[in-house]
Design a protein around this ligand. Structure first.
Ligand SMILES: Cc1cc2nc3c(=O)[nH]c(=O)nc-3n(C[C@H](O)[C@H](O)[C@H](O)COP(=O)(O)OP(=O)(O)OC[C@H]3O[C@@H](n4cnc5c(N)ncnc54)[C@H](O)[C@@H]3O)c2cc1C
Ligand code: FES
Length: 366
């Protein structure tokens, strides 16, 4: 039996390992407001797992801007890694990537990261149910293709929410997957504003539609399936609440958030006397740095102010690019959605939303 384990986090990845130059091979239009960027394979050290994302570092209008994009390809199947970017109204990076990218363009990315990853075991026969909405399909299709390629006895159902038939990303690719994997992959589309001829589910995914679909596809085995969910926060909450009603154990539910819709978490001053500055020791790339963190800054902000080359992307506690391990002392984290319970118990923290609450804090990053 061949096991495909999650890639172990390197404890001291060096700077050159953490960054890659990616060259665009092809730009492909997926829908009216979504393009895929397909990359040449950078070098042999570039490895990723299904469901992981890249952090792009882009110089836009004289500023360095970072954003995360999930790899929409399967490392078990596709030759060239790719991302798919959907325009966000007035969004700086999503519109830039849709308007200006062309074959041959090169930009810098951080190494693939993220924990929205299945643990695949060859020969296993599992039942997976994926819930995606809009651009949330990107990590999900990577996971589906990988499951179908590795666990050849497993079954996947995709439940995919979109506005109408024209906004379904990867429509042909999903249909191809269905015909190439008879009896192993099925897709259920839920459209909020479909054409009149549409005879599938209509409306927005709510608890009633979710329960209906679950009863239909899994019957009395709902609590034995493994779930992957990616979409807007309201959609994810609806699906998660419904799964809780069916008593699905939390460890069988995997979630990835692109955007919460909430304002960026503001560093809290609770437990931290104002005006107080606390010194924090950060271990990064084999070096140790002393960083002075004022009460109105996060550990990441303070380290960047001191020109320390910390990894980061969303700065909202979602992507985990800034993850570190607390070796000593106490911190306060304002948002921990990006971390699993297991990681929190192991002492992992997100530096972009964490502040020290007392002396002696020591963190290992990488
Ligand atoms: C782990 C991870 C993986 C991601 N993968 C993908 C992916 O595969 N494909 C993809 O298209 N996006 C993905 N995203 C979202 C992406 O990183 C950006 O947030 C998104 O492209 C918007 O960036 P922007 O610069 O265009 O918008 P900004 O300039 O940052 O924001 C413009 C406005 O839009 C709002 N906004 C920001 N993001 C969103 C959003 N996602 N939905 C609705 N409103 C928003 C902001 O609050 C602001 O008002 C991912 C995010 C994370 C954290
Ligand atoms: S930078 Fe994304 S979680 Fe901290």
């Amino acid at each position: 039996m061949l096991r495909f384990f999650k890639k172990k986090k390197k404890s001291h990845s060096s700077k050159s390992e953490r960054y890659f130059q990616l060259k665009i091979k092809e730009v492909r239009k997926e829908t009216g407001d979504t393009n895929s960027l397909i990359f040449e394979w950078p070098d042999r050290s570039f490895v990723y797992e299904p469901g992981q994302f890249l952090t792009l570092i882009l110089p836009i209008k004289g500023r360095e801007i970072r954003r995360s994009y999930s790899l929409c390809t399967s490392p078990y199947k596709n030759d060239n890694p790719a991302i798919t970017v959907k325009r966000v109204e007035s969004g700086i990076v999503s519109n830039y990537l849709n308007d200006h990218m062309k074959p041959g363009d090169i930009f810098e990315v951080m190494e693939p990261a993220g924990h929205f990853v299945p643990e695949l075991i060859e020969g296993e026969a599992n039942k997976y149910v994926m819930f995606a909405a809009g651009s949330g399909i990107t990590p999900i299709i990577s996971i589906i293709e990988s499951i179908l390629a590795v666990e050849t006895k497993s079954h996947c159902t995709l439940v995919y929410q979109n506005r109408n038939e024209n906004t379904v990303i990867f429509k042909e690719r999903l249909e191809r997957l269905r015909t190439q994997n008879p009896g192993r992959f099925e897709q259920i589309h839920v459209l909020s504003q479909p054409n009149e001829a549409w005879n599938g589910y209509r409306g927005r995914i709510d608890q009633a539609i979710t329960s209906d679909i679950l009863m239909d596809i899994a019957g009395n085995k709902i609590d034995r399936c493994t779930y992957f969910i990616c979409g807007p926060s309201g959609f994810m909450a609806t699906v998660t609440d419904t799964l809780a009603d069916f008593e699905v154990p939390e460890k069988q539910i995997h979630k990835e958030s692109f955007y919460t819709g909430d304002p960026k978490p503001q560093p809290s001053t609770e437990e931290i006397p104002s005006e107080q500055e606390i010194s924090v020791k950060i271990h990064l790339d084999g070096e140790a740095y002393e960083v002075t963190v004022p009460s109105n800054k996060t550990i990441l902000e303070a380290a960047l102010d001191q020109d320390i080359d910390m990894p980061f992307s969303c700065q909202s506690g979602l992507c985990t690019a800034c993850r570190g391990k607390l070796l000593n002392g106490r911190i306060k984290m304002d948002e921990d959605d990006g971390l699993s319970e297991e990681e929190i118990n192991e002492g992992y923290i997100l530096n972009c939303v964490s502040k020290p609450t007392g002396p002696g804090v020591e963190i290992e990053v990488g």
